[in-house]
Design a protein around this ligand. Structure first.
Ligand code: DLL
Length: 451
């Protein structure tokens, strides 16, 4: 592998990797490192977290059962319920005083899930995010416009610390106030935009309305994640913002953003940082491990987390792994684009479908803009999905015939591409709510259990 030393525009030397020795480590060596770290984290969790001691004992294993990486499936899974049951700090493996940062998810059902970080955890997180920025094509000195929400959500501060660690100039914009964001991006000449893909689309739309053309200028990279999105939306964002759109993945329970990221060279699957995480794919129904390349649920074990070690965490995210060599030279496994969460899967008249598959079919269709929402209702024993789309602002939809013809075309397209029959409603421009962060793609009007 070449050393990949590049020259940045100020003449300074800039490496294509942030941590070259680790990112291109031969697989055997990487596995040895993983084994050492895994052994340590199992001991750490077992010795310091009563929940793990109990769950290991129930599965009749101790950390000594790990003789090789292949023994990990002998250990029990951890699910989100464990975080809820041990709310707020019960899963911490270090004294509370050593936890110097907390984040939390809003918790749509029941209690929020709380996560904590020691100083070393924060340093690792910043390093992994800095590495992710470089992998995405960012470099020291770039102006990073960070539109991920700041606060309890891990997106804002996670991207912030990583960009700072790399030596970028960070604009901590957070979410909302989109017109102001567009002005700041143009005035400060942002090079990198960090946002959810749905909010990036909102930014693109507002910029066009304000007659601010962000294309062809300093803006080079979009670091988009925190929600499922499609290849079609990637193309839409790349052409409307004039940047390279890079997918970044993470979840607060195991870190926050920076667990995996696409490289700008290939943009084909996200390199999962295997020196800090161990990735498995399991059958979402049975929990049985699946082989490389098979599609199932991603399970993650943290290898270096001090405050909140996670052993075999069931992410619910559906994807597959690939160990094919990547043209960027990184040896870390690639996680394919995440289709969605197993709990977000819809069953429309017997057909399993994720909202992101519907998005892939909608974005780029003529006469509509790429904003949509899915409404789910219960009609008798069946779930019924209505797809609400929005007419392109340049298409007059005052007459019913035009609306009908657009709806028919979209419905036909969904039937042939995704295999589902559903009603389509064509709304006026601006009528589908715009995202400020993670988009609300589904309005579920089905009766709640027990109500
Ligand atoms: O969303 C962390 C993050 C922030 C990732 C910024 C990337 C960028 P949570 O709020 O805990 O953490 O939500 C995690 O979001 O289990 C996935 O279901 C989903 N998700 C995150 N990134 C992606 C992605 C952050 N690139 C949950 N593609 C995860 C698809 C994603 N889904």
């Amino acid at each position: 592998m070449a050393t990949h030393a590049l020259r940045n525009k100020n003449g300074g030397r800039q490496h294509a990797y942030f941590s070259p020795d680790v990112e291109t480590m031969p697989r055997k060596q990487l596995q040895r490192l993983q084994f050492e770290r895994l052994r340590h984290v199992l001991h750490h969790a077992y010795a310091n977290v009563p929940h793990y001691r109990r769950s290991f004992e129930a599965a009749r294993v101790t950390p000594l059962a790990l003789r090789g990486l292949g023994d990990l499936p002998r250990f029990p899974f951890t699910s989100k319920t464990a975080l809820r049951d041990n709310y707020p700090f019960g899963l911490f493996a270090v004294p509370r005083e050593d936890v110097i940062r907390l984040h939390a998810s809003s918790g749509t059902t029941g209690k929020a899930t709380v996560v904590g970080y020691t100083a070393a955890d924060l340093a690792n997180w910043a390093l992994l995010m800095a590495r992710s920025f470089v992998c995405a094509g960012a470099r020291r000195g770039d102006i990073v416009h960070n539109a991920y929400g700041y606060g309890l959500f891990t997106g804002g501060l996670g991207a912030h610390d990583g960009a700072q660690r790399l030596g970028c100039t960070v604009v901590p914009a957070s979410g909302g106030g989109t017109e102001r964001q567009v002005t700041l991006m143009a005035d400060f000449a942002a090079n990198v935009l960090c946002a959810t893909p749905s909010y990036a689309l909102n930014i693109a739309e507002v910029a066009e309305r304000m007659n601010v053309d962000l294309r062809g200028g300093p803006l080079r990279i979009g670091l988009f994640g925190a929600e499922p999105w499609s290849e079609a939306l990637r193309q839409e964002l790349e052409s409307r913002l004039g940047l390279k759109a890079i997918d970044i993945y993470g979840l607060s329970e195991v870190l926050g953003p920076g667990v995996a990221v696409e490289c700008h060279e290939a943009q084909a699957g996200l390199h999962g940082w295997e020196d800090h995480f161990f990735f498995e794919i399991v059958d979402p129904e049975t929990g049985e491990p699946l082989d490389m390349g098979e599609t199932g649920e991603l399970v993650i074990t943290t290898l270096t987390k001090e405050a909140l070690p996670m052993i075999r965490y069931r992410t619910r995210d559906i994807t597959r792994l690939s160990d094919e060599p990547c043209r960027c030279g990184r040896t870390h496994v690639r996680i394919r684009r995440i289709t969605g969460r197993s709990d977000d899967m819809l069953i429309v008249r017997g057909v399993n479908v994720y909202p992101s598959q519907i998005e892939a079919a909608l974005v780029g269709l003529p006469r509509i803009s790429p904003h949509y929402q899915l409404v789910i209702e219960r009609k008798g024993a069946l779930d019924q999905v209505t797809v609400e789309v929005e007419a392109d602002p340049l298409v007059a939809i005052d007459d019913m015939a035009t609306r009908r013809s657009i709806a028919d075309a979209v419905s036909h397209h969904l039937k042939s591409l995704v295999g589902i029959s559903c009603e389509v409603i064509v709304k006026r421009p601006g009528e589908v709510p715009r995202s400020q962060g993670k988009a609300v793609r589904v309005r579920d009007l089905r009766p709640k259990p027990g109500v």
